[in-house]
Design a protein around this ligand. Structure first.
Ligand SMILES: [Zn+2]
Length: 176
């Protein structure tokens, strides 16, 4: 898995304008219209040179959620799978791009996120002895970036405080 920096180039009003700002792999522009985020236009991080639009508007179809934090930067949920062209799979988290091989889906980060200790506590409180809860539901509940919550859950598993489901239940966690 390769990690590279995401470079936010600014906010514009149209797709046409956005292209002018994309020069290198990992450059990204936000397209906002009528005060609403519509698209994120990304120069594909794999280096294939294609511009890849990511829908942020739920009214226009399946949409990704953009998180912008002054502490940690830009995150996007869920991950992005390109179905055509280079077929890259990547995660955008805290101003970094995690680029996966085609069938790889495990990831972690050495960086501890802003407010990490409080997040560990808040996540631990949401885990139950009896059932499993998905990391995205915990994140929604806490108003946190899902990748931050996933990292915390996986660390709790490694420390022996939590368990992760298998198969379909992968990404769902419970208390041990
Ligand atoms: Zn690509």
């Amino acid at each position: 898995m390769a990690t590279s920096a995401l470079r936010f180039q600014g906010t514009v009003q149209s797709r046409g304008e956005a292209s002018d700002y994309l020069e290198a792999a990992g450059d990204v522009v936000l397209i906002k219209r009528g005060g609403r985020p519509r698209w994120l236009l990304l120069s594909c991080p794999c280096g294939c040179g294609e511009e890849f639009p990511i829908n942020l508007d739920p009214r226009a179809g399946p949409a990704w959620r953009l998180y912008m934090s002054r502490h940690t930067g830009l995150s996007l949920y869920p991950s992005v799978w390109r179905e055509s062209g280079c077929e890259s799979h990547y995660i955008i988290w805290n101003d970094k791009i995690f680029l996966f091989g085609r069938y790889e889906d495990n990831f972690d980060s050495a960086t501890e996120t802003y407010g990490y200790t409080q997040l560990v506590e808040a996540v631990s409180e949401r885990l139950s002895d009896t059932g499993l809860i998905s990391f995205s539901d915990i994140a929604e509940d806490l108003g946190e970036v899902p990748w931050d919550v996933l990292m915390v859950c996986r660390r709790l598993v490694r420390k022996g405080f939590a368990r992760e489901g298998v198969g379909e239940q992968r990404g769902s966690f419970g208390r041990l």
